[in-house]
Design a protein around this ligand. Sequence first.
Ligand code: COI
Length: 352
Amino acid sequence: MSSGIATQVTRSTRLTESVREQSPFGEVFSDHMLSAGYQDGHWSAPELLRFGPVMISPAASALHYGQSIFEGFKAHRTVDGGVALFRPGDNLARLNRTAARLAMPAVPAPLFLDGIAELVRLDRDWAPTREGGALYIRPLYFATDEALMVRPSRSYRFIVMSCPVGPYFSEPVRLVAEEEFVRAFPGGTGDVKPAGNYAGALLAAQRAQSSGFHNVLWLDGLQHRLVEESGLMNIVFIIAGAAVTPALTGTILPGVTRDSVLTLLRGMNIRVEERAIAIDEIVAAHEEGTLTEAFGVGTAATVAPIAQIRYRDRDLSFSTDPQHTVGARVRSSLEAIRTGRAEDRHGWLVRV
Ligand code: COI
């Protein structure tokens, strides 16, 4: 089936089995990319192009003033031999919430949904077959006006690329609570996904890594007291059998994986509490023995067990035993839905 999108099919592919199954996260891209431009109120017809460099003016406003957004979601091979996108409509909705926050026009649903379905159909052989592997879809949307006036751009480019990926982390995650830098603050952009959020977080992550951690545990921007996110992911604690995660109060990214995991936990009869969590509560619950587990949830890592959190002079360690953790159970339940091994009761899969 064709959507009628103009397509420049590559004659030579870079795909090999080892590229598909063993590429490091986000370093090898599939043969094609979707591209569409916006100018003065109108979108151009989308095209499927050979993946490669794009021409961009050094004066492009995205480079200077940061009108740039990305999204991320995955396509999986299913047991019936197909390929399915996981909740693409939720990523479109978040992309457009981010666009509104950055004074950028909305990306039309057919451009996003039909264009990406066509891209994945074209490059479907790039989807890994190994357990836990996926074709990671990366939409990118940025301002292209050649203009140094600080104002919303009048022209934009929307590009979608994809890459075969395996697990983001090769081991359980170690975090250090960050008390100097903040990821988000009330009224800021922490609940949406502009590129700049990630630039602002790099130095903290780099410092954490130089001390032997994978990333930081973000605390709130006002008092450095409330737990917000774990590095690039949302975070869930298991306290007295309940799954406790920060409420979406405006400084937390509403992760699609977060929502999926909370839905599945409720279905497993685990009580879910979305509320404020002070770092002191985490320390106390760990001392009492009621805090049994912590895990990060995000698109790239899916569900990542957390082995350690350092807060000041304390080191809290957690079980990451895949046989006995709630995180491992919910991860395999999510994986079973994504790959069509379990019934898609929530209507999350979009088959291409
Ligand atoms: C995610 O997992 O949701 C991400 O956005 C991670 C990405 C920055 C690699």
